[in-house]
Design a protein around this ligand. Structure first.
Ligand code: CAA
Length: 259
């Protein structure tokens, strides 16, 4: 029985944990309560050995970003220390299991940043991305300038953040923000297909690959290659790696146990 929340819904499909943001009247704007619930659900799935991959999605839209009404009342010090988006951003950096964002409708402002903090993005044809904070006299504050610039390059990130214009799914795909664009009715089916495929792989290898690719954005090539090499040799000692290689030689499917 899944925990009951106010602004999100959680579900599990086999080894996939699904978090659905559900504040449709506010286009899933991320107020404190909603972010706290997302964090609680993701941390719950992270600790759950029965869950291998997570999906974050939204009911009607993905999210229109930080709750502007709530944010307008925060003092700068409160925002710096207690901003729910800052807490969630730090949490996402520590999640070891892969997280896929399944996006329909708006994923803008903090909603776009939430999507960018995930490991992969599947979008429906109606999805819209963007960092419109500039139109509020603000700037992205939960990774928008940093993750977007690393993902799509300086020129394009400048354009997106300085104009605040919305980017349709097709363009987001061409820019490399999105892994795949699918018809709206197939969004969850496609996200689940990807999640289940990853869930069928050796869990420690999945964890190390995610860790190593993320490292590529935090370090220089020399250190990154060294980090990758160490993880690779560490993986050789796992039962799953021995099983994977043995199964290949014996021409059968491997049975991974996460050890
Ligand atoms: N915060 C609070 N409420 C929001 C919201 C937000 N980010 N976005 C939408 N809503 C509310 C609206 O106030 C409206 O509520 P009411 O019916 O009570 O008036 C309801 O959701 C529907 O919104 P609209 O009528 O505006 O819907 P639309 O289809 O005409 O427009 C939209 C959709 C273009 C996304 C528009 O809602 C919009 O521009 N929203 C704000 C987007 C934005 O600026 N996000 C950045 C927030 S700042 C941030 O995220 C900071 C950060 O980086 C950490």
């Amino acid at each position: 029985m899944e925990k009951k929340y106010e602004n999100i819904m959680v579900e599990r499909v086999e080894e996939v944990g699904i978090v659905k943001i559900n504040r449709p009247a506010q286009l899933n704007a991320l107020n404190k309560k909603t972010v706290e619930e997302i964090i609680d659900a993701i941390e719950g799935f992270e600790k759950d050995p029965g869950i291998k991959v997570m999906i974050i999605t939204g009911s009607n839209h993905f999210s229109a970003g930080a709750d502007i009404k709530e944010m307008s009342t925060l003092s700068p010090i409160e925002a710096l220390e207690k901003s729910p988006l800052a807490v969630w951003e730090k949490m996402m950096e520590n999640i070891k299991k892969p997280v896929i964002a399944a996006i329909q409708g708006y994923a803008v402002g903090g909603g776009c940043e939430l999507a960018l903090s995930c490991d992969m993005i599947i979008a429906s044809e109606d999805a819209m991305f963007g960092q419109p904070e500039i139109n509020l006299g603000l700037m992205p504050g939960a990774g928008g300038t940093q993750r977007l610039a690393r993902l799509i390059g300086k020129q394009k990130a400048m354009e997106v953040c300085l104009t605040g214009r919305f980017i349709p799914a097709k363009e987001a795909y061409e820019l490399g923000i999105v892994n795949k664009v699918v018809p709206k009715e197939l969004l969850m089916q496609e996200a689940l297909k990807l999640a289940k495929e990853i869930a069928s792989k050796a869990p420690i290898a999945v964890e190390f690959i995610k860790d190593s690719i993320r490292k590529a954005f935090e370090t220089n090539l020399k250190e990154g290659l060294e980090y990758e090499r160490r993880l690779f040799y560490l993986l050789l000692s796992t039962e799953d790696a021995k099983e994977g290689m043995k199964a290949f030689i014996e021409k059968r499917k491997p049975v991974f146990k996460g050890r």
